[in-house]
Each structure stands twice: as C-alpha cells, then as structure tokens.
Ligand binder design. Structure first.
Ligand SMILES: C[S@@+](CC[C@H](N)C(=O)[O-])C[C@H]1O[C@@H](n2cnc3c(N)ncnc32)[C@H](O)[C@@H]1O
Length: 278
C-alpha cells in the first residue's frame, strides 16, 4: 500500500496465475471470514494508521493499494480522506470491497463526501501498464530481486514525504512437523486449515529467480456446508509464496532512500513502513 502517490492514470489488465487461480477457486470467497471479518480488520488498520501518523498531506492526496483484497486498508484510507486506487486480481474480493465502500458512503451521507475509490481488476506485476512508464516497470514478486525492483520503483513515484507500507507474513521462520498445520478459522459450517511446505532452494535459476530464493507451498483446505442439515464439501487449493525476511525488505527501503520502521502484527504478519525523504 502506497500513500500520496503521483497521478497513476489507469486501465485494466489481467494475468492468469497460480495466485489468481487460488483466489478464484477458494480464498476469494473465504478470505475476509478467514481473517476474522471486515470490521475487526478495518479497526486494526485505523489504529495502525493513527498510531503511525498517516494523514493526507493535502485535500487531493492519493493512495495506491496494491493487492487490496476486500479493503482492510482501502476503507480506512478513504475514511482518512485519501482518494484510493485499489488493485487486485480477485474479482470476488473487489466486488466485496465495492460493497464496503457503498456501506461507508451510506453511513457518512449528509456529512462531507467521500473521496473517490477506483477499483482495478488486474495484475500488479504488470503495473507498468497502469502507471506512468517510468514507474514500477517489470515488477514481479516471484523473486527477491523483483521485490527489490518493486521497492525501488515505488519509491521513485512516491512524492517526497510519501509513505510505503508493505504487509506480509514472515515465512522465513520455519515451523516444524505438525506445527505446519495451522487451524486458521472454524465456525459451525466452515473449517479452514492451512498446511505449509517449505521448498529447498533451486540448484539452477528458473524464470529469473535468484538461486538463494526459497518458496513456501501454501495448501489451503476448507470443509464447508451451507447449513447444518447439508453434507460437508471439501475444497483444496495451493499456491507458492516467496520467503523474504523483514530485515531484507527494510534494507531495500533504506537503500532506496527511505526512513524505515518495523511493526510486528498478529499471526506472524509484519508491516514494514518507509517514508520517502523530503
Ligand atoms: C493476503 S491478501 C491481502 C489483502 C489485503 N491487502 C489485506 O491486508 O487484507 C493478498 C491480496 O493480493 C492479491 N494479489 C496477489 N498477487 C497479486 C497480483 N500479482 N496482482 C494483483 N493482486 C494480487 C490477492 O488477490 C489478495 O487479495
């Protein structure tokens, strides 16, 4: 998530990928529930932004939310007064975000109007098509080098004083044995479990990956039923995530000219935050 960006322009691009297939098959429709619900997550992000002094510096300030999901950050940013461009490849999650925005607009109607929310269904790995040509060219988060490219390019189109916040799970601290089986969330009609498999580093560089890059195979397993009288259905889907340590990302931000800070959040998720030096 980037705040106070230069004008981004905008068009829609789509890229089929393992991640998109995973969200389309399983996670898109369960993500918000699995994470504990929208209200709880809106509140967490309101508190985070407040604690770290994120405020629109001007009345027309812009924020870009990359991989916005159902809007855990986009909605609090709108409430703060940012015009938000929110990008995700999951149509289900964007649809949900649209609903949250409409609910917020109803809640504040009669008060000052909400800033704009632009939704883009597309692949942030191809942001060069969405942004000015000198911004975020050829970004691909499938390798550490490409995370570095994202950070560098993001910093280049942030305004001085602008903020870059990256949220991710620190997968570099490996779980062992049965601790790799994570009971994510359960209610009377859904049981969501995640199983992590750690891959060995590749002997040779594949698809531009770095030799040192390691990946975790995330297996999401869901038992679900519409109600207590119906039979259970079992759904499963998997995708790979790059292991990258918060220390590495902080160093990348510092090298790109940012003042940084590190914030551990719940369940192994971390936020690394950088402010572009004026
Ligand atoms: C872990 S979720 C985080 C969502 C939200 N930012 C939050 O904190 O709840 C990751 C999101 O990134 C999206 N995503 C992953 N890779 C993407 C890509 N290459 N382009 C666009 N969206 C992507 C997924 O669809 C998903 O909604």
């Amino acid at each position: 998530m980037l705040s106070d960006t230069k004008d981004t322009g905008g068009s829609t691009v789509e890229k089929n990928s393992q991640v998109k297939a995973h969200y389309d098959a399983l996670l898109g429709r369960t993500y918000t529930w699995m994470m504990g619900g929208a209200s709880t997550n809106f509140e967490e992000n309101r508190k985070f932004f407040d604690l770290h002094g994120l405020r629109p510096p001007t009345v027309d300030a812009k924020a870009l939310d990359l991989g916005c999901g159902s809007g855990f950050q986009a909605i609090p940013l709108l409430e703060l007064g940012y015009a938000v461009t929110a990008i995700d490849m999951s149509a289900d999650l964007l649809q949900e975000l649209k609903g949250h925005k409409e609910a917020l607009a109803r809640k504040v109607s009669g008060q000052s109007p909400l800033p704009s929310l632009t939704l883009i269904e597309g692949d942030i790995l191809r942001l060069s098509a969405l942004l000015p040509s000198d911004a975020l060219a050829s970004v691909d988060l499938a390798s550490t080098a490409q995370v570095q490219s994202l950070v560098k390019n993001a910093v280049s189109f942030l305004k001085p004083g602008g903020t870059l916040i990256l949220h991710f799970r620190d997968l570099t601290r490996h779980l062992e044995g049965t601790d790799r089986f994570l009971p994510c969330r359960t209610d009377e009609n859904n049981i969501f479990t995640c199983v992590l498999e750690y891959e060995e580093a590749q002997e040779t560089c594949l698809d531009g990956r770095d030799k040192e890059d390691r990946f975790v195979l995330i297996n999401d397993l869901l038992y679900t039923r519409p109600d207590a009288s119906a039979p259970w259905t079992f759904k499963k889907s998997q995708y790979k995530k790059l292991e990258v340590s918060p220390e590495k990302v902080l160093k990348m931000m510092q090298d790109a000219g940012m003042d940084t800070s590190f914030h551990p959040l719940a369940f192994g998720v971390v936020a690394v935050m950088g402010r572009k030096k004026p």
